[in-house]
Design a protein around this ligand. Structure first.
Ligand SMILES: *Cc1c(COP(=O)(O)O)cnc(C)c1O
Length: 224
């Protein structure tokens, strides 16, 4: 930072996570002749094709959560989550002062008012006291970002939300497999959003997954 000797003085190679298994999976889909199983009508195909459903069911098993809804990006996932939380014009949503822009854009999409909450220096996630201070009678939800692999004080935030009847959305794009008391980050809030963008921990080029244990929230996210 202060201009000393660089610790790494060579170029880091880009890790290539695409191997024979990934190539085979893509080939299987190509061979089936069906690139998407989604059908925008009520019925079995509303839930997508076999590969989409395989991903969702494996994701639910891995993260020990009831529903996993796949989306084309975590930004879309956040939009689905804020819509599922029924945010309407004028509703306030607490958001962290530092995150990726999509965390806040999702609120603006529905005419909600993002209210910024400062970070706790110990974990780079929203500060609990600041959070409590910013709740008003217009607050409908809290979005917390588990930033840089750190997780927020998730069970405390969940208790605050349960007490005040708010929806807790975890933007978990940066902390998959982070955990608190044996529960995975992204499954402690009412909804958790994961990113599968190519520069995240697990990637499919672009993509994302929304997790929830609530049947109604899952259905609303699927419809969005
Ligand atoms: C990357 C990221 C997103 C958006 O993910 P995409 O899949 O690229 O849309 C949202 N929030 C955070 C904290 C991120 O790091």
């Amino acid at each position: 930072l202060l201009g000393g000797e660089p610790v790494i003085d060579f170029e880091l190679n880009l890790y290539n996570g695409i191997g024979p298994e990934e190539k085979k999976s893509v080939e299987d889909v190509m061979d089936s002749g069906l690139l998407s199983g989604f059908y925008g009508n009520w019925g079995n195909e509303f839930y997508g094709g076999p590969k989409v459903r395989e991903l969702e069911s494996n994701w639910s098993k891995k993260f020990k959560v009831k529903h996993s809804v796949s989306v084309n990006s975590a930004a879309s996932g956040l939009t689905a989550a804020v819509g599922a939380a029924k945010i309407s014009p004028g509703d306030e949503v607490l958001v962290p002062a530092t995150s990726m822009s999509a965390t806040v854009m999702a609120v603006l999409t529905y005419g909600g008012i993002p209210v910024f909450v400062d970070l706790d220096v110990s974990n780079c996630c929203i500060d609990l006291i600041e959070t409590k201070n910013k709740i008003t009678n217009k607050t409908k939800a809290i979005i917390v970002t588990n930033l840089f692999g750190h997780i927020a004080y998730l069970s405390e935030l969940r208790s605050i939300c349960d007490e005040k009847k708010l929806i807790l959305i975890e933007d978990n794009a940066q902390a998959p497999l982070g955990e608190e008391d044996g529960k995975y980050a992204g499954t402690i809030g009412h909804i958790g959003i994961f990113s599968l963008n190519y520069h995240k921990h697990i990637h499919s080029g672009e993509g994302g997954v929304c997790c929830t244990n609530d049947d109604d929230l899952a259905l609303r996210m699927q419809m969005i």
